[in-house]
Design a protein. Structure first.
Length: 233
């Protein structure tokens, strides 16, 4: 009987080690890239926001505003995972009063960083951060199949300048890019080491398809929108 117990214990040991490695209560260490999005209660980030609308080859409106994100508390969710509450506010000008916009949560563990917004959870970053790494941003929601690959790292460790600020070490994520003669659909996010998100943008442009009314094949924008958030504070 003793021999059986020893054998059983030896067989269970690898399984227990494997489960421990999957522990989602442990934050990713900085060397895996967690410091591309440092998170702590009391953190505050302010972004200049610019929204553009395209019609018939030109920008017909540009709307500036500001967005503030404040991390107000940290707690363990039902699964014991460390979660941060992010309160978002907006204002039309840099001197206007802030108005509550929405609440999001960030969940960080040893494998990834998850963002929950309007009950939709997406995988913002995966660890370790490696150039060319790809993953399914919708792995925890029903927007795609579980095997979809629609976000990737590029330009890991690159210098980047935006909003009059320069960053020595950044990483950029791109969602699946649609770029052809019909339309352009690009979603890009840039994270600076030790700082966090410094640029977020979405560009959706529809190009001319009717030679009778516009120039086909030269990326003439018939309709489209651009949204850009640039860190300023």
């Amino acid at each position: 009987m003793l021999r059986r117990l020893v054998a059983l214990s030896a067989g269970l040991l690898p399984l227990l080690v494997s489960l421990a490695a999957c522990d989602n209560t442990t934050e990713a260490p900085a060397e895996l890239g967690k410091d591309y999005y440092p998170i702590a209660v009391g953190d505050e980030r302010i972004f200049n926001v610019e929204d553009k609308v395209w019609r018939n080859g030109q920008v017909v409106s540009t709307t500036p505003s500001q967005l503030r994100e404040q991390i107000t508390e940290a707690y363990r969710d039902a699964a014991g995972t460390l979660t941060y509450k992010v309160v978002r506010s907006s204002r039309a000008t840099a001197t206007g009063a802030w108005r509550a916009d929405s609440v999001q949560t960030l969940t960080v563990n040893s494998r990834n960083l998850l963002l929950t917004r309007s009950n939709l959870r997406t995988v913002e970053l995966v660890f370790p951060v490696r150039d060319g790494e790809e993953w399914n941003k919708n792995a925890f929601n029903d927007r795609d199949t579980i095997v979809a690959i629609n976000r990737r790292y590029q330009e890991v460790g690159s210098a980047f300048t935006s909003g009059g600020r320069s960053y020595d070490n950044t990483v950029t994520t791109y969602d699946e890019i649609q770029d052809n003669a019909i339309y352009l659909d690009v979603q890009r996010r840039v994270y600076a080491k030790g700082v966090g998100p410094v640029l977020r943008e979405v560009r959706k442009l529809n190009y001319c398809q009717d030679a009778r009314t516009c120039n086909v094949g030269v990326n003439y924008v018939v309709t489209g929108t651009e949204h850009r958030e640039t860190l300023v504070q």
